[in-house]
Structures are given as C-alpha cells and as structure tokens.
Write a protein that binds this ligand. Structure first.
Ligand SMILES: NC(=O)c1ccc[n+]([C@@H]2O[C@H](COP(=O)([O-])OP(=O)(O)OC[C@H]3O[C@@H](n4cnc5c(N)ncnc54)[C@H](OP(=O)(O)O)[C@@H]3O)[C@@H](O)[C@H]2O)c1
Length: 285
C-alpha cells in the first residue's frame, strides 16, 4: 500500500491549521474527509485544492454524537477506511475564570474535549479493523496552554489539559492494536485563532486588570505576529503520521518548545523541593 493511499479525517478544516493541512494533503495525493460547521465555506476556502474525488467535505456538528457518527459512516462509504485522524477543531474562551459563565465553560468543553470523545467512539472500531500494515494514527491538537495554565485562558487551558489526559490514556489503550495517539501542543500559530477563534467572556470584572492586559495583548499585539506558520505545521503533521514510533507529546513551534522546557524544569525543581512533605502521608511500613 502506498503512503498516499492513507485516508485522513480532519476536524475543523475550514480555517487555520486544519485548512492548511487539508490543502497539503490534497497536494500530496491523499484522500481526506474534512469536517466543518459550514461545508460551503470549507469548499470555498479550499479553492482550487477542492477535488471531489479526493476530498469529502462534511458538514458536521462535532458536539452531536449522531452528526459525528454519520460523518464517520460517510467517510468509510466513500474511502473504505480511515488511517489518520486529526482532532483539530477548537477555540478559546478568553477572560477570567470568575467571569466565565456556566454556559460558556460548557460550550468550550463540548467543542474542545467532548467532540474528541464523539469522534473516537465512532472511529475507533474502524481504526481497530483497519488491516493496513502502516498502522493508524490519531493526532489530538492540544496547546502549550495544555501544559501551562495561563492567565485569561483558564477555561481553554483546562480543556487542553483534558485533551492531554485523554490522549495519553488513548495511546496506552490502543498500543496493543498498533495504533498510536500523538498529543500535539502548538505554540502561537498565525491563524484566525485570536480573531474569530477567540470568544471573549460576555461578562468582564473590572478588578481583573492583569487579565484584561493579557486579553488586550493577545488580541491586539500577538495576533498577526505569531511565529508559527500553519503551512509548516501541516508538513509536520504529515511527517508525524509516518513515524513508526512517534512521541506521545509533540511540542510544535519554538515558543512551545521553550515554554515546555521551562515548565518541566520548574516542575522538577518543585517536586524535589517538596519531596519530604509529599512522601510523608504513607502508613508506616
Ligand atoms: N493558532 C494557535 O495559536 C493555536 C495554539 C495552540 C493550539 N491551537 C489549537 O489548534 C487548533 C486549530 O486552531 P487554529 O489555530 O487553526 O484556529 P482557527 O483558525 O480559528 O481554526 C479553528 C477551527 O476549529 C473549528 N472551530 C472553531 N470554533 C468551533 C466551534 N465553536 N465549534 C466547532 N468547531 C469550531 C473551526 O472549524 P469550522 O469553522 O470549519 O467548523 C476552525 O476551522 C485548535 O484546537 C486550537 O485550540 C491553536
């Protein structure tokens, strides 16, 4: 089986990292099922890369189990199987934790976390039955905010911490089937993530002046100046999908890499500093 016969399923494909990835996949000759809340916008944004033989554009509500189930069935009906899944769709609620309403928090979890469970529930039987010697791969798009909890991104960070946990467990559960799950933690990439992708909390609390500075800095200074190039990210996703023994966690972007090094170093120092108290709770041996 040639590499480009592999079938990809990519969520949130009308913009940003998802759109760049689908374009690169089509150019390389892969078959791709691409989901969006708006199929017409997806086809329009794919432009000349849209090719009905190779791209299945799917209108999917990722928060609906039924809608996801139908998209997986449609993918298998068109391409016969699925080899690589990229759970990419996601957005950030921006604002203090205190200002985030129950509805806003729930919605962010539905899209960033529960949608991945929906995809896995319906796609895993297909992946497990996949007999291709090049075994299936799953890439869950987390964030460096899934390793480090930042001010103003508390809800988003908590969704991405959840993505890391589910990805690690999934990787362990699927290892006996030769299927691997890679948790990808990008840094800042120049997409619409900090424009249409960012939803600020309806409520703001004036006392949170530091949080407001962080929000303003992201929307007005960091936006459009992110170091990460989505086209290079797309190439990396394709490369990761081919690695026989891939990493469990992959930090994407030089900013993500440096923040992760600092975070792990700090965590290690903190662990050692508090070792005696940590280990003081066992029954006597
Ligand atoms: N860009 C960054 O700096 C950055 C950093 C770390 C992590 N990430 C993560 O990377 C992934 C892709 O983000 P991006 O940078 O490409 O952002 P983007 O340009 O805003 O694209 C996000 C995609 O996610 C989908 N999406 C957004 N809100 C949604 C909602 N409410 N319901 C369902 N789908 C929704 C959209 O799909 P449709 O409109 O097609 O339905 C869209 O194509 C996300 O998971 C994000 O958290 C991005």
């Amino acid at each position: 089986m040639s590499e480009t016969n592999r079938v990809w399923y990519v969520t949130g494909a009308s913009k940003g990292l998802g759109l760049s990835l689908v374009q690169k996949l089509v150019r390389a000759g892969y078959s791709v099922a691409a989901t969006s809340r708006n199929k017409q916008e997806l086809i329009q944004n794919l432009g000349s890369w849209y090719n009905a033989d190779k791209v299945l554009a799917l209108q999917v509500d990722l928060t609906s189990d039924e809608s996801v189930e139908k998209s997986i069935k449609d993918t298998v009906a068109k391409f016969g199987t699925i080899d690589v899944i990229v759970n990419n769709a996601g957005y950030s609620l921006v604002g203090s934790i205190e200002a985030s309403s129950a509805e806003e928090v729930k919605k962010n979890f539905e899209v960033n976390v529960f949608a991945i469970f929906n995809v896995m529930r319906h796609a895993l039987p297909i992946l497990r039955a996949n007999k291709n010697p090049t075994r299936p791969r799953i890439m869950n798009i987390s964030s460096i905010g899934g390793l480090v909890g930042f001010q103003a991104f508390g809800v988003y960070s908590s969704t991405k911490f959840a993505v890391n946990g589910l990805s690690e467990s999934l990787d362990s559960e699927l290892a006996p089937f030769g299927i691997r799950c890679i948790c990808v933690l990008p840094g800042y990439f120049r997409t619409s993530f900090l424009e249409s992708g960012a939803t600020t909390t309806k409520k703001t609390i004036s006392e949170y002046t530091e949080v407001q500075k962080v929000v303003d800095n992201h929307l007005n200074v960091i936006n459009n100046n992110q170091a990460g190039d989505p086209n290079k990210a797309a190439e990396v996703f394709i490369e990761l999908s081919k690695i026989p023994s891939p990493p469990k966690h992959f930090f994407m972007g030089s900013d993500s890499y440096s923040m992760a090094i600092n975070a792990y170093k700090g965590a290690n120092e903190e662990l050692l500093k508090w070792k005696d108290l940590s280990c003081s709770t066992d029954f006597p041996k």
